[in-house]
Design a protein around this ligand. Structure first.
Ligand code: ADP
Length: 309
């Protein structure tokens, strides 16, 4: 389903009028409307708001960000973000440095709780639960929503112990289960063949690309539903980058992936949908093919064509 709109801001007098609804098939419609900047839209089909330039209706999203604002002290870095992430897709966040991409990503598993001056309003719903609910088990959330960082961060332990680190923490000690988990996760991370003969050697002996895949294996060992990746390839050479990108495409069969990337080619190669952020606002969010071929917003076009950022 595609919706061609140009909208950009917060509150709007939303009516189901003014849409040109063209029946494409029983399950798919194209809604077209030129909208001046400053309005939100509501889908006449679902009643869902298509705000902040969300240009698709996403049924049953696994992550739903709603009216989300975020500040570090007095510095407001995210403004009224609304964005739905479909299950088992890869969503890329792009935009110039400092526009809030990592902040939003880190909010999705409450990593920002570790920052004293952080304040937020709005909701992030994961599988129908607001992750800011005071009753939520944050450790459990971080198991369900794993994270891979820009710089790989293996622990000073063996390859084997790195993979099962999270399981050890929850007291898992059954050797056969741990052995199986190590093999399964290293295979999933496309690393097994390279390390199977040195599982008990230090993880620090691996190359940068291997360390990053080890961190992905460690994230998978917790059996997350969602994997957040914050510029996972920015410290890697092109060959290692290709391996991690191939791995992402393989992983999306089982996991939902949200990735922050500064690499436009990477976003276009791996992601199903792309969100373009600028100065803390979500300027446009749509299928990746559309963002890179026919963006609705001139700012998106300027950014992807390298005119700024
Ligand atoms: P991006 O990922 O798009 O580069 P970030 O989310 O990292 O953007 O940063 C958004 C803004 O928030 C920037 O101005 C950055 O300096 C600020 N910021 C990020 N992390 C912190 C922090 N821990 N404390 C204070 N300000 C921060």
């Amino acid at each position: 389903m595609t919706v061609d709109i140009q909208s950009n801001s917060k509150e709007a007098d939303v009516k189901n009028t003014g849409f040109n609804v063209e029946e494409k098939s029983s399950s798919s419609r194209v809604l077209e409307r030129n909208v001046k900047d400053g309005s939100n839209l509501m889908s006449p089909e679902t009643g869902q708001y298509l705000s902040n330039n969300n240009t698709d209706v996403i049924e049953n999203p696994i992550i739903s960000v709603k009216n989300f604002d975020f500040s570090y002290g007095n510095n407001k870095v995210l403004h009224d973000i609304n964005l739905d992430v479909p299950e088992k897709e890869i969503v890329a966040f792009i935009g110039p440095s400092g526009c809030g991409k990592s902040t939003l990503l880190r909010s999705m598993n409450r990593m920002n709780d570790l920052v004293d001056v952080a304040n937020y309003e709005g909701e992030i719903i994961i599988r129908d639960q607001n992750i800011f609910d005071p009753a939520l088990d944050v450790i459990g959330l971080r198991r369900r929503v794993g994270m891979v960082f820009q710089k790989s961060n293996p622990f000073p332990k063996s390859i084997y112990e790195n993979v099962i680190f999270g399981l050890r923490i929850i007291g898992e000690n059954r050797k056969s289960f741990l052995d199986e988990t190590v093999e399964r996760c290293l295979r999933s991370a496309a690393l097994w063949d390279e390390v199977k003969d040195r599982l008990h050697e230090s993880a620090f002996g691996l190359s940068g690309g291997q360390m990053q895949r080890l961190c992905i294996a460690r994230a998978i060992a917790n059996e997350p539903e969602i994997v957040l990746m914050d510029e996972p390839c920015s410290a890697l050479d092109p060959v290692a980058t290709v391996k991690v990108e191939e791995l992402m495409l393989e992983l999306k069969k089982n996991y939902t992936i949200v990735i922050v990337t500064h690499n436009m080619q990477q976003a276009s190669r791996v992601s199903d949908r792309t969100a373009f952020f600028y100065l803390g606002e979500l300027v446009e969010y749509a299928k990746t093919e559309r963002i890179f071929s026919n963006p609705s917003n001139p700012k998106t076009e300027d950014y992807i064509s390298g005119r700024f950022g």
